[in-house]
Design a protein around this ligand. Structure first.
Ligand code: DOR
Length: 426
């Protein structure tokens, strides 16, 4: 394995308040030295001055559509997007065809992603057989097959008795239960309930749909002490509920999608179905509450909910599949919040890397002896998301064709350079 020397970057690791302009040496896949100046014969040297060097990112919510819908994405194209976005661990959702409700499908994902070899792809097992919400899957078998978390994402687990059983069982097996919180009887529409849905006369999804299930899951987690992770939180009341249950000591965590942090319901007026997502983009007051919750630690991490769909599946607002691609845009979107002084750069790195890594129990951190899982990025480089730069098989995002600021320049996974646009040489 090559010895790699990154020279002159700003090395940032919020897990240990590390902030140093200097060099980082990687030998045999691991970080072997961090110092102001390192000289090492035979190392492959990269000048990363002007760049941030930080722990690579972890995404607890991606859809790789493999097996079954590989015309939208597959493990290889999704892995390429991940590393181009600075991620070296992604948790892929089980709404595949067939769903990840058996050890065989989980093993297929693990084996294929190893063969592809760009990053760590972890399968999220389904909570219920066929994701039908009626019978729990074999949690033990899914854990043994390599699933660190379980969810029926795309669909909520509506049955409270099953959710209670799931939390108790998952607690014994040290599994993370995640839920897509939208009561399905209240979320049969297409966009947020509000002025835009009235203006367009389109059936809506109400924030109550989310709030009700978030409250129920927090209550069940409080009583069972089973860990619950709320996926793509988007409403004001939901973050208030999570905040209050965290204060009571319930083992609740939650993630937010960058689009919910930066866009509001009006976006569908200009971006059409590319701005359709479940849960939907909401109102200014919801977005403000999310930003506040990001600052005060109520929200644990940023997760992309990378949800590729083909062009033909993104027709009218009513007919379109919900979701947006997001692996390559998460960093520039996060940096927008840093520029607006909503969060610090250190906090952004924490939300994209250290905190989601803790949720999944994977190692992150720029420490001697740790595996070298590193992202190198420029804060200021501008680029356009278009046919040339997009590595996904799909193009569904309101950011298509837009200029983004901040770009990953190199990603290292366990000591191997898996994405690079920096020339060799000091
Ligand atoms: O907008 C969404 N799309 N939300 C989900 O929960 C599922 C996802 C998908 O699979 O396309």
């Amino acid at each position: 394995m090559k010895t790699i020397l990154l020279k002159g970057g700003r090395i940032l690791d919020p897990s240990q308040s590390l902030d140093l302009v200097g060099d980082l040496l990687i030998e045999d896949g691991r970080i072997s030295a961090i110092d102001k100046s390192i000289n090492f014969p035979y190392a492959e040297v990269y000048n990363v001055s002007g760049c941030i060097v930080c722990p690579s990112f972890v995404d607890v919510h991606v859809h790789l559509r493999d097996p079954g819908q590989t015309y939208k994405e597959d493990i290889e194209s999704g892995s390429r997007c991940a590393v181009a976005g600075g991620f070296t661990t992604v948790l892929c959702m089980p709404n595949t065809k067939p769903p990840i409700d058996s050890p065989e499908v989980a093993q297929y994902i693990l084996e294929k992603s190893k063969k592809v070899g760009f990053c760590q792809v972890l399968p999220a097992g389904a909570l219920t057989k066929g994701r039908k919400g009626q019978e729990l899957t074999d949690f033990y078998a899914l854990r043994e097959a390599g699933c660190p978390a379980l969810t029926d994402d795309g669909a909520p687990l509506m049955d409270s008795r099953l959710m209670e059983m799931a939390l108790k069982l998952a607690r014994q097996l040290d599994l993370l239960v995640m839920n897509h919180c939208e009561d399905d009887r209240l979320s049969m529409g297409h966009i947020n309930e509000g002025y835009v849905s009235s203006l367009l006369g389109i059936a809506h999804r109400s924030p109550s749909a989310e709030d009700i299930l978030v409250a129920r899951d927090c209550i069940l987690s409080y009583h069972t002490k089973g860990k619950i992770h709320i996926q793509h939180i988007s409403s004001k009341l939901s973050v208030e509920i999570v905040r209050s249950f965290k204060e009571k000591g319930a083992p609740v965590s939650c993630e937010v999608n960058p689009y919910h942090l930066l866009f509001e319901e009006e976006e569908v007026l200009s971006s059409g179905s590319n701005a359709k997502v479940n849960p939907p983009l909401r109102k200014e007051e919801d977005r403000m509450a999310l930003l506040e919750a990001l600052k005060d630690g109520t929200i644990d991490c940023i997760a992309t909910d990378h949800a590729p769909h083909a062009k033909r599946e993104k027709g009218s607002l009513e007919s379109a599949m919900p979701g947006m691609i997001g692996l390559q845009t998460a960093l520039p979107m996060g940096l927008e919040l840093v520029r607006k002084e909503v969060i610090t750069l250190e906090k952004l790195i924490y939300l994209l890397s250290i905190s989601p890594a803790k949720l999944l129990g994977v190692e992150r951190g720029i420490k001697r002896g740790n595996f070298a899982n590193i992202a190198v990025f420029s804060m200021d480089e501008e680029w356009v998301l278009d046919e040339k730069t997009n590595l996904s098989k799909s193009q569904n995002t309101p950011l298509w064709g837009k200029t983004l600021k901040g770009r990953v320049r190199m990603t290292i996974w366990e000591g191997r350079i898996v994405y690079n646009c920096i020339n060799k040489g000091a």
